[in-house]
Design a protein around this ligand. Structure first.
Ligand SMILES: NC(=O)C1=CN([C@@H]2O[C@H](COP(=O)(O)OP(=O)(O)OC[C@H]3O[C@@H](n4cnc5c(N)ncnc54)[C@H](O)[C@@H]3O)[C@@H](O)[C@H]2O)C=CC1
Ligand SMILES: NCC(=O)COP(=O)(O)O
Length: 352
């Protein structure tokens, strides 16, 4: 809308040994007209990574609530959080796990207090956070769920051209939205985690948030089976018959438009995706390889079911690339654009 300032987004800079800090620097050297981005991280770390990758950057340290400088390429406002130990690109340091979590807490607080309209997260390293003793940590998604005090959230990844629903353009093909019924679990635990109540909560959130954040008036969701050939009538597993089908039938009776459970191998083909707004995959590596094949570097991760806006990149810490300045910025650009769009749509939603 003309005259409305672009939304402020808190960008957590993620694992300090990964590519997050340099992606924040690279983003700041471009014009980002859709949002005013404030990095959350250690200013000395950001300055050091900027120098390492040969970028000139003017870091402006601020407190949450301070007025932001006029957006200008090369200027990066920062809400400072101090590293607990020196960080070298590519070398994980468990002492910095608390730093990473503090950046999340700062961003969450900024959203709660109205200093940010949403948060965008650069990747963190789950393993080093667990190694540091934060038992049970399994990712931003669950951390945000607990920090916001909600029972359930849904991880949704979407490729670029699927990001603005209501776009009449999407008719399957390479644009895709994939939500997950389970997230970061060992494969052997997946079946037990897929329960009727959980599927019901997840599909209700997915349906509601496709309407709320993407403007889709009557979302159609295709649901994968868990087993090969969606269980082959019970011969290749009973989860479809015992759990998934009853949950879908009850939700259809509530008015949700659900296809499935369908065999996952053919669901992800253009004919089956025709007219589908999102796919619900039963587990991480059932859905995300397809999404990443379709659009790695042009997709974003969105946490649905939260009382705040959170998007993220479609990739991890890429320790092998850290400090080189060669990481692809594409997904962060998509994640920022999407968070800005969601923040505008959510402007009328009451603050938490
Ligand atoms: N949003 C988040 O915080 C996420 C965090 N992770 C975490 O990241 C860590 C490493 O995970 P991996 O499975 O190794 O995935 P990864 O995405 O870090 O790396 C996989 C491959 O993709 C490449 N890659 C990743 N990002 C890239 C970029 N921007 N440009 C060019 N190439 C890129 C890497 O160089 C590597 O070859 C794990 O601890 C994982 O849990 C993974 C995904 C998302
Ligand atoms: N594979 C997606 C992923 O790991 C993202 O996790 P999260 O940190 O956003 O929960």
């Amino acid at each position: 809308m003309a005259g409305t300032p672009s939304p402020v987004l808190a960008l957590t800079t993620g694992e300090p040994a990964g590519i997050g800090p340099e992606l924040a620097v690279m983003l700041a050297t471009r014009a980002v007209p859709v949002a005013r981005v404030v990095a959350v991280g250690d200013p000395a770390l950001l300055a050091e990574r900027a120098a390492l990758i040969g970028r000139d950057i003017d870091l402006v340290e601020l407190a949450a609530g301070d007025a932001l400088p006029a957006p200008r390429p090369g200027v990066l406002p920062v809400w400072p959080v101090t590293l607990r130990a020196p960080s070298r690109p590519g070398v994980l340091e468990p002492a910095n796990a608390a730093y990473v979590l503090e950046t999340l807490d700062v961003a969450i607080r900024a959203c709660r207090e109205g200093h940010a309209a949403g948060m965008v997260t650069a990747p963190l390293h789950k393993g080093v956070i667990l190694d540091a003793g934060h038992a049970g940590f399994s990712g931003h998604t669950e951390y945000l769920r607990d920090a916001c005090g909600v029972d359930e959230v849904v991880m949704l990844l979407a490729t670029d051209s699927a990001l603005h629903a209501g776009q009449p353009g999407w008719r399957g093909g390479s644009a895709l939205r994939v939500a997950l019924a389970t997230t970061h679990l060992p494969l052997r635990e997946v079946s037990d985690a897929i329960t009727g109540p959980r599927l019901t909560r997840i599909l209700r959130i997915l349906d509601a948030d496709l309407r709320r954040w993407f403007g889709i008036e009557a979302p159609r969701i295709a649901v994968c089976g868990l087993n090969p050939h969606a269980g082959e009538g019970g011969h290749l597993g009973r989860e479809e018959l015992d759990v998934i089908i009853p949950a879908l039938e009850a939700l259809r009776a509530e008015g949700l438009a659900l296809d499935g459970p369908l065999p996952a191998d053919t669901l992800f083909t253009p004919r089956h995706l025709e007219g589908v707004d999102a796919v619900l995959a039963m587990y991480h590596d059932q859905g995300l390889p397809v999404l990443k094949y379709a659009g790695f570097g042009r997709a974003a991760n969105i946490t649905l079911g939260l009382p705040l806006v959170r998007t993220s990149v479609d990739h991890g810490t890429a320790l092998d690339l850290a400090g080189r300045g060669s990481a692809d910025l594409g997904s962060l650009v998509v994640a920022v654009a999407l968070a800005a769009d969601m923040a505008r749509r959510g402007a009328e939603v009451a603050p938490i």
